[in-house]
Write a new protein. Structure first.
Length: 262
């Protein structure tokens, strides 16, 4: 596992955006580059940087295919809190990514299980995901894989915990009852099948989750801890998120990154 510690959120986002751009530009072969994407507040700074880099001609998304992590059940695309709406407003509408290359789970599908199975097949048809960017919740969940979700789970329907709905209620007028109780989400296993997994962790509220991800035992209680078993897992974090790490752990990862720049 690689842990890249940046001074603040802005620098963390710029570092992550540069990693993604380098991966896209360095991609070889006839197949498109397959990029997994999250929603939420953590990736917004990355998306802003990627949009600017696209406008500046530093990267093109014309040969990129995207797969998003999740979607609420019961929210139509035009709902301003659907993840389809979020992604188009904050990213897709501002870059040269062909609409037909965008893949998102449909939370309005009549048969949600069939929708999830088809999503897995679509990912497999491209040979898997090259780089999956994600964030984690304060309880360490990745996508909507709440604590105690199987670490081998695949794309499926997820029941959201009360804690997650309370946290997300800030987007629904602070009314938890307006937050959908279920979602469709890629599984932990789906994410970690990717060739590279990049996880963004920022802010003091995520400090405990970062410590469990890096220093704790691998456990279904902290689904993010599955990163420990991935051979190309990268955590990009800011100083504020490092508050619960042991001093020696913090120094170790700073030293490793410093040596790679020499």
């Amino acid at each position: 596992m690689r842990v890249v510690i940046q001074e603040n959120y802005e620098k963390m986002c710029l570092w992550a955006a540069n990693l993604i751009v380098d991966a896209i530009n360095g991609h070889k072969g006839d197949k498109p580059f397959v990029l997994g994407l999250p929603t939420g507040s953590s990736p917004l700074g990355v998306y802003r940087n990627l949009i600017q880099m696209n406008k500046d001609g530093k990267v093109s998304f014309k040969n990129v295919v995207t797969f998003n992590m999740d979607e609420y059940v019961g929210l139509p695309h035009e709902h301003d809190q659907s993840y389809w709406y979020f992604m188009h407003e904050n990213f897709f509408n501002h870059i040269d990514l062909p609409e037909q290359n965008i893949n998102m789970l449909n939370g309005m599908a009549e048969d949600l299980e069939a929708e999830c199975a088809e999503y897995e097949k679509r990912i497999a048809s491209y040979g898997g995901i090259d780089l999956f960017m994600g964030g984690i919740g304060v309880d360490g969940h990745i996508a909507f894989n709440e604590p105690f979700t199987s670490l081998a789970s695949r794309t499926g329907v997820r029941t959201l915990t009360t804690d997650t709905r309370i946290v997300n209620s800030r987007f629904f007028g602070n009314d938890m009852n307006k937050v959908p109780a279920t979602a469709v989400s890629v599984g932990v296993g789906t994410v970690f099948d990717s060739k590279c997994v990049l996880v963004l962790i920022n802010g003091h509220a995520k400090a405990r989750a970062l410590a469990h991800t890096v220093e704790g035992a691998m456990s279904q209680m902290w689904t993010c801890s599955a990163l420990q078993m991935h051979n190309n897992a990268i955590i990009a974090c800011d100083e504020a998120a490092c508050g619960e790490l042991k001093v020696d752990t913090y120094k170790y990862f700073l030293d490793i990154e410093k040596s790679q720049r020499i």
